[in-house]
Design a protein around this ligand. Structure first.
Ligand code: NAI
Length: 469
């Protein structure tokens, strides 16, 4: 009989945690251990308060945890005991040296490969790249494994990029549009196909060569981000011409070749992936001698930066060209609704630029706390402290407070900037919000979330993306 499969996943983050919880839920006979070097994160996975917020995740984890799903910091034993090892560590943009600001930092991935070689003491193991990686990384992973493997130990390397979106991770894992598996060994590919095949229809499991699989993930994110930047570019033109970007989006979205999804104009995309993955794609194109292709994709990121800056400039201009010492309520700090993830959130950059203008910010986000907000702001401002008057920590401490509701944040404010599309913002008592604010009561809807005509009738001066209100 075939040896029973056991899985280890290195990296208990936004991808490793939910993905492995779903595999464990769907395959009660497979033992799944998720390991991380971050003790606090592992403790949280083992507690009632999971380290990440995703609708429905708590239930999935609770069903499998302790049965066949385990979270641990014991990386060595978990590697040794597993037949299949997922690498799901972070691959941030490199901040130093060659390719700084563009290339992916692969030090964590390489460390995983070395740890796997070191702690694998017998038999054959299947290594699965789950992290988003530059095309041809598997080649490096294979070489590291082969060159440090103990005698009698062998490896296959597969690429299995993750397409889940934060905020809908559980839904996406339960019914993915497709699962992508790239690899050279048919047996190894089949072993992983059989795992997903427990709940994903076979025709939705695509198998390709390794390099296509690696490149498809970068390409998917580049295309998605490109749609956002495309509609955002049009939103600027709408504002100049009295066209309405939501009307334009639905008019073009009914064309089946274009399709209606991902055409929502906004203050700009955020999240840990889009920008990082496009910059990585740009770097790769340059590396492979394709500067025209690199420049093409880089525009997607530049348009996003422009959109964020444009939003802040509009706030300042509208509020009589100064926000100095004015209180601005910021509704939402997460990069999108239904997640507590703030990495690369547009809110960080809007808040930073408002602080540079010496505004006083009162921020409310249903899932993000003060420490996280302050550390995100400090992180982006510390690059250039002089721009913010020198002492960044002091500027933040003196000018950023957090409220425990959207209403409380708006109380006494000169303006509101809505930056994350949380559903609860639609249900507010806007009459009350209006009464508590300074007049004129400015409202900047960075997500085109609210009912603008109702707000205008109440008395707000509303500014939205790509339309007159
Ligand atoms: P994350 O930062 O939330 O989690 C990564 C975890 O790996 C951290 O907890 C870190 O402590 C751990 N880690 C790093 N080095 C380690 C080591 N040597 N040993 C043990 N643990 C180690 O990152 P996230 O968001 O889960 O992303 C992981 C990968 O998945 C990235 O390549 C990302 O591009 C990709 N991805 C992310 C998606 C997302 O929505 N966040 C979606 C699809 C792919």
């Amino acid at each position: 009989a075939a040896e029973k499969l056991s899985i280890c996943c290195i990296g208990a983050g936004y991808v490793g945690g939910p993905t492995m919880a779903m595999i464990a839920k769907q395959c009660p006979d497979i033992r799944v251990t998720v390991v991380d070097i971050n003790q606090a994160r592992i403790d949280a996975w083992n507690s009632d308060k999971l380290p990440i917020y995703e609708p429905g995740l708590q239930e999935v984890v609770e069903e499998a945890r302790g049965r066949n799903l385990f979270f641990s910091t014991n990386v060595a034993d978990s590697i040794r005991d597993a037949k299949m090892i997922f690498i799901s560590v972070n691959t941030p943009t490199k901040t130093y040296g060659i390719g700084a600001g563009r290339a992916a930092n692969l030090e964590f991935v390489e460390r995983c490969a070395r740890m796997i070689a070191e702690h694998s003491d017998s038999g054959h193991k299947i290594i699965v790249e789950k992290s988003t990686l530059p095309v041809r990384t598997a080649e490096a992973v294979k070489r590291i494994l082969a060159s440090s493997a103990r005698p009698g130990v062998s490896f296959d390397v597969l690429s299995n990029p993750e397409f889940l979106a934060e905020g809908t991770a559980v839904e996406d894992l339960l019914a993915p549009d497709r699962v992508l598996i790239g690899g050279e060994s048919r047996d190894a590919v089949q072993t992983l196909v059989d795992v997903y095949g427990r709940w994903v229809p076979r025709e939705q499991i695509l198998t390709t060569n390794l390099w296509s699989s690696e490149l498809s993930k970068l390409t998917a994110n580049a295309f998605l981000a490109q749609r956002v930047s495309s509609i955002n570019a049009i939103s600027a033109l709408c504002e100049a011409t009295e066209a309405d970007v939501d009307e334009v989006a639905s008019a073009i979205g009914t064309d089946s070749r274009i399709g209606p999804k991902f055409l929502k104009a906004s203050v700009g995309f955020g999240g840990s992936c889009f920008q990082k993955d496009i910059l990585n794609l740009v770097y790769l194109c340059e590396h492979f001698g394709l500067p025209e292709v690199a420049a093409y994709w880089e525009q997607v990121v530049q348009m996003n930066d422009y959109q964020k800056q444009r939003f802040t400039r509009r706030i300042v201009k509208t509020m009589f060209n100064t926000v100095s010492n004015k209180r601005i309520a910021v509704w939402g700090f997460a990069f999108k609704k239904d997640t507590n993830d703030t990495r690369e959130s547009a809110a960080i950059y809007v808040c930073r630029d408002l602080l540079e203008e010496r505004a006083k910010l009162t921020i409310y986000d249903p899932k993000v706390g003060i420490e996280q907000i302050k550390s995100e702001l400090a992180y982006v401002m510390q690059n250039d402290p002089a721009r913010y008057g020198g002492d960044v920590e002091k500027l933040i401490d003196e000018n950023v407070t957090v409220a425990d509701s959207a209403l409380a944040a708006a109380e006494g404010a000169h303006g509101v900037a809505l930056l994350t599309e949380w559903d609860e913002f639609k249900q507010l008592d806007f009459q009350k919000v209006y009464q508590s604010m300074q007049k004129p009561a400015f409202l900047f809807d960075g997500r085109n979330l609210l009912h603008h005509r109702n707000l205008t009738e109440i008395g707000f001066e509303v500014h939205a993306i790509g339309k007159l209100c």
